[in-house]
Design a protein around this ligand. Structure first.
Ligand code: SF4
Length: 97
Protein backbone atom coordinates (compact mmCIF):
# COMPACT_ATOMS: atom_id res chain seq x y z
CA UNK A 1 0.00 0.00 0.00
CA UNK A 2 1.29 3.45 -0.93
CA UNK A 3 1.74 6.28 1.46
CA UNK A 4 -0.34 9.15 -0.02
CA UNK A 5 1.26 11.83 2.18
CA UNK A 6 4.69 10.74 1.01
CA UNK A 7 3.59 10.81 -2.65
CA UNK A 8 2.09 14.29 -2.27
CA UNK A 9 5.29 15.60 -0.71
CA UNK A 10 7.36 14.04 -3.47
CA UNK A 11 5.11 15.55 -6.16
CA UNK A 12 5.32 18.97 -4.51
CA UNK A 13 9.12 18.69 -4.39
CA UNK A 14 9.30 17.71 -8.06
CA UNK A 15 7.00 20.60 -9.00
CA UNK A 16 9.25 22.98 -7.09
CA UNK A 17 12.36 21.66 -8.81
CA UNK A 18 10.68 21.94 -12.19
CA UNK A 19 10.13 25.65 -11.59
CA UNK A 20 13.89 26.31 -11.24
CA UNK A 21 15.21 27.34 -14.62
CA UNK A 22 17.62 24.78 -16.04
CA UNK A 23 20.03 27.57 -16.93
CA UNK A 24 20.30 28.45 -13.24
CA UNK A 25 21.15 24.87 -12.31
CA UNK A 26 23.82 24.58 -14.98
CA UNK A 27 25.42 27.92 -14.21
CA UNK A 28 25.05 28.84 -17.88
CA UNK A 29 26.17 32.34 -18.72
CA UNK A 30 25.37 33.91 -22.07
CA UNK A 31 28.26 34.46 -24.42
CA UNK A 32 27.19 38.02 -25.06
CA UNK A 33 29.99 40.44 -24.53
CA UNK A 34 29.72 42.76 -21.54
CA UNK A 35 30.15 46.49 -21.85
CA UNK A 36 33.72 47.69 -21.80
CA UNK A 37 35.01 49.12 -18.56
CA UNK A 38 35.41 52.88 -18.74
CA UNK A 39 38.62 54.43 -17.49
CA UNK A 40 36.30 56.97 -15.83
CA UNK A 41 34.67 54.29 -13.67
CA UNK A 42 35.45 55.19 -10.03
CA UNK A 43 36.93 51.75 -9.24
CA UNK A 44 38.91 51.81 -12.48
CA UNK A 45 40.30 55.19 -11.54
CA UNK A 46 41.17 54.03 -8.04
CA UNK A 47 43.06 51.06 -9.45
CA UNK A 48 44.73 53.06 -12.20
CA UNK A 49 43.08 51.03 -14.95
CA UNK A 50 44.21 51.93 -18.43
CA UNK A 51 43.12 50.43 -21.74
CA UNK A 52 46.74 50.30 -22.91
CA UNK A 53 49.32 49.20 -20.42
CA UNK A 54 52.46 51.29 -19.97
CA UNK A 55 53.90 48.82 -17.47
CA UNK A 56 56.51 46.67 -19.19
CA UNK A 57 55.56 43.02 -19.39
CA UNK A 58 52.22 43.49 -17.67
CA UNK A 59 48.87 43.54 -19.46
CA UNK A 60 45.44 42.18 -18.66
CA UNK A 61 46.14 39.41 -21.16
CA UNK A 62 48.91 38.01 -18.97
CA UNK A 63 47.22 38.78 -15.64
CA UNK A 64 46.03 35.79 -13.67
CA UNK A 65 42.63 37.43 -13.16
CA UNK A 66 41.90 37.97 -16.86
CA UNK A 67 39.11 35.71 -18.11
CA UNK A 68 39.12 36.67 -21.77
CA UNK A 69 41.47 33.95 -22.96
CA UNK A 70 43.04 35.12 -26.20
CA UNK A 71 40.28 37.62 -26.98
CA UNK A 72 40.94 41.37 -27.23
CA UNK A 73 38.68 41.97 -24.24
CA UNK A 74 37.27 39.87 -21.45
CA UNK A 75 35.93 39.71 -17.94
CA UNK A 76 37.91 40.47 -14.82
CA UNK A 77 36.53 39.72 -11.34
CA UNK A 78 37.82 43.06 -10.08
CA UNK A 79 35.28 44.77 -12.36
CA UNK A 80 32.16 42.57 -12.34
CA UNK A 81 29.85 42.94 -15.33
CA UNK A 82 32.42 44.77 -17.44
CA UNK A 83 35.05 43.66 -19.90
CA UNK A 84 38.60 44.94 -19.72
CA UNK A 85 40.97 45.33 -22.65
CA UNK A 86 43.52 42.54 -23.10
CA UNK A 87 46.07 45.30 -23.67
CA UNK A 88 44.97 47.04 -20.46
CA UNK A 89 46.40 47.07 -16.98
CA UNK A 90 45.51 48.00 -13.41
CA UNK A 91 47.22 48.02 -9.99
CA UNK A 92 45.68 44.63 -9.17
CA UNK A 93 47.72 42.89 -11.88
CA UNK A 94 48.85 39.42 -10.78
CA UNK A 95 51.23 37.21 -12.74
CA UNK A 96 49.67 34.11 -14.20
CA UNK A 97 50.23 31.11 -11.98
S1 SF4 B 1 43.17 42.70 -12.34
FE1 SF4 B 1 43.70 44.53 -13.51
S2 SF4 B 1 45.40 43.86 -14.80
FE2 SF4 B 1 44.36 42.01 -14.09
S3 SF4 B 1 42.84 41.54 -15.70
FE3 SF4 B 1 41.83 42.77 -14.15
S4 SF4 B 1 42.00 44.87 -14.93
FE4 SF4 B 1 43.53 43.65 -15.99
Amino acid sequence: MKNNTHDKKRRALLKGLASIPVLTLTGYQPLAQAAMLSVDDPTAKALGYTEKSTTAGQTCANCNLYQGGDKAAGACPIFPGKDVAAAGWCKSWVAKA
